[in-house]
Design a protein around this ligand. Structure first.
Ligand SMILES: [Zn+2]
Length: 321
């Protein structure tokens, strides 16, 4: 009996030691495995974000390359003679517009403003790797906006088109290709691009869009076709086009979160109906960064509401029809 006690203690120690060894071995296997799994998931997320950004940027570079050659006079298929686009102008998709000389429908004189001011936030060029973030912010503030989208058949965009619609925003058209040299080459090429986008959006979302924003606006000055022919065609199709009277300037070089905020918030008080131009693009992160503060500032303005474009919206248009 006297000899059993140290034996028991000894075997208990052995058991403890064995348990410790097992735990150590298990930990030595599990910890690196967990780290590997976490890293693999993170890598996968970063990789898909990187791929999406890459696709976005390639799309954009493709378009900008096109516009750069037009602005530099390198593309002979587009007539720029009716508007001088100097090299000093920023190489951007939307041209600087002098609002003093153009027709903008609606009660735009601040003196005339009575009652509610309507602010329409609009996003061009999407969907993109920024769309989800923009939609999250709009959702957070319970705000509905309008997305003038292009035709991007890559399946990674499919859910974004659908989410825009499912979240209750207005889906508008902004050309399928966004290539000025194609869209504005002739009335027929415009029609072809328009139909391609409309059918694509209907097949993707089930929505038959009723609103259009011309790439570069109706006052773009690079169209080979008289813009009145294109607006007449949209009329026939019962589609209303919208330009803008407030611009984020997020497509200008040197744009920052602060300039985007100031361009919008300082100009909204000038109009009763504010159609605000912004961009939904991978390289326009300032817009996303500024968006929450812009919405807060607009919501804090007296008698001002943020609403999506609907068939009842008074269009803001740069050219007289
Ligand atoms: Zn655009």
């Amino acid at each position: 009996m006297g000899l059993d006690k140290p034996k028991k203690v000894y075997s208990k120690r052995i058991r403890n030691l064995r348990r410790m060894i097992l735990i150590t071995v298990a930990a030595a296997c599990l910890v690196p495995t967990c780290i590997c799994v976490i890293l693999a998931i993170r890598y996968d997320r970063l990789k898909s974000a990187y791929d999406q950004n890459k696709v976005d940027l390639e799309w954009y570079r493709d378009r900008f390359g096109d516009e750069m050659s037009i602005l530099a006079g390198g593309n002979e298929t587009v007539n720029t003679s009716d508007k001088v686009v100097s090299d000093s102008e920023p190489l951007t998709e939307e041209f600087e517009t002098d609002y003093s000389d153009i027709y903008i429908s609606g009660a735009q004189n601040p003196e005339d403003i009575e009652g509610t001011r309507y602010v329409y936030l609009t996003f061009d060029d999407g969907p993109s790797s920024s769309t989800d973030e923009i939609l999250d912010i709009l959702d957070q503030y319970n705000v509905k906006a309008t997305f003038f989208v292009c035709g991007k058949p890559d399946t990674r965009y499919t859910e974004l088109y659908k989410r825009i619609v499912e979240d209750g925003h207005t889906l508008g058209m902004h050309s399928y290709s966004h290539k000025y040299s194609q869209i504005y080459a002739s009335l027929d090429s415009f029609k072809e691009d328009f139909e391609q986008l409309r059918v694509f959006l209907y097949q993707t979302t089930g929505v038959w869009p009723e609103f259009y924003r011309f790439p570069g606006g109706s006052s773009n000055g690079v169209s080979k076709v008289d813009m009145s022919e294109l607006t007449a065609y949209l009329d026939e199709q019962k589609v209303t086009f919208f330009d803008w009277n407030v611009s984020a300037g997020d497509d200008k070089s040197g744009a920052t979160k602060d300039t985007v905020y100031a361009n919008i918030v300082n100009n909204i008080p000038k109009f009763k109906h504010c159609v605000v131009l912004m961009h939904d693009a991978a390289d326009k992160k300032h817009t996303v960064e500024a968006l929450p503060e812009i919405i807060e500032a607009v919501q804090a303005m007296d008698d001002t509401v943020i609403v999506p474009i609907t068939e009842d919206t008074l269009p803001v248009q740069h050219i007289k029809k």
